[in-house]
Design a protein around this ligand. Structure first.
Ligand SMILES: C[S@@+](CC[C@H](N)C(=O)[O-])C[C@H]1O[C@@H](n2cnc3c(N)ncnc32)[C@H](O)[C@@H]1O
Length: 203
């Protein structure tokens, strides 16, 4: 994929237009598409949990890869209003209320946990990075308890000193851990994806 070279708005317009043409609800789908092309995190038949799933472009992309034998469960503070394939279901919940969320997600394990969760931003880098860190750690806790051993994890976090702590925490659970900045992620954006593969069996 070639990166549009001009300023921020031209970039945003390019991916927004492309998402419309391709029938996706958000341009963020191209980040997951790049992650999938590079890291092969999703496979046919997988059970996938998508945290921070609204408006729903990752749900649709993941459903295409896992196919009718797979299952995708999405969770967000906001409802998803687009039409979804039969193998997708969604929940409206705040991931930070971990007890109620645990019941809603169900007891079944997942093969992959994705998180594109983003906090509402204040413009203050330190505050925004701290909020992003909290969300990422909540997603990692879900991966720790709900992901089968050997499973995969993808999680967005804003870069900063906390992101290093987060990466180290992911590395403790996943022997193969990588950082990935998709080309379709705005250069000026501080977001980065931490990708973990082959979850360790916990004692
Ligand atoms: C960038 S959007 C996700 C876009 C999505 N991946 C897609 O492709 O359509 C980030 C989402 O994270 C959700 N979010 C933020 N904090 C959350 C929380 N505590 N629990 C659940 N969802 C949360 C927001 O409501 C927002 O919809």
């Amino acid at each position: 994929m070639t990166r549009p070279t001009s300023g921020g708005n031209r970039w945003a317009d390019h991916y927004t237009r492309k998402a419309k043409q391709d029938g996706y609800a958000a341009r963020s789908v191209y980040k997951l598409e790049e992650i999938q092309a590079r890291h092969r995190i999703l496979r046919p038949g997988d059970r996938v949990l998508d945290l921070g799933c609204a408006p729903g472009s990752w749900l649709v992309f993941a459903a295409r890869i896992v196919g009718p034998q797979g299952r995708v469960v999405g969770l967000d503070l906001k409802p998803v209003t687009i039409a979804l394939p039969a193998q997708v279901c969604t929940l409206v919940a705040d991931l930070r209320n971990s007890e109620s969320v645990g019941e809603e997600i169900g007891a079944d394990g997942f093969d992959v946990v994705l998180s594109d969760m983003a906090p509402s931003t204040t413009g203050n880098r330190t505050t925004d990075a701290a909020r992003s860190f909290d969300l990422a750690m909540s997603a990692l806790e879900v991966a720790r308890t709900r992901l089968r051993s050997g499973g995969g994890f993808v999680c967005k976090i804003f870069q900063g000193p906390d992101a290093k702590l987060f990466e180290a925490a992911v590395r403790r659970l996943f022997p193969e851990t990588r950082l990935f900045k998709p080309q379709s992620s705005r250069k000026a954006s501080r977001e980065i994806f931490v990708i973990g593969k082959g979850k360790r069996q916990e004692e």
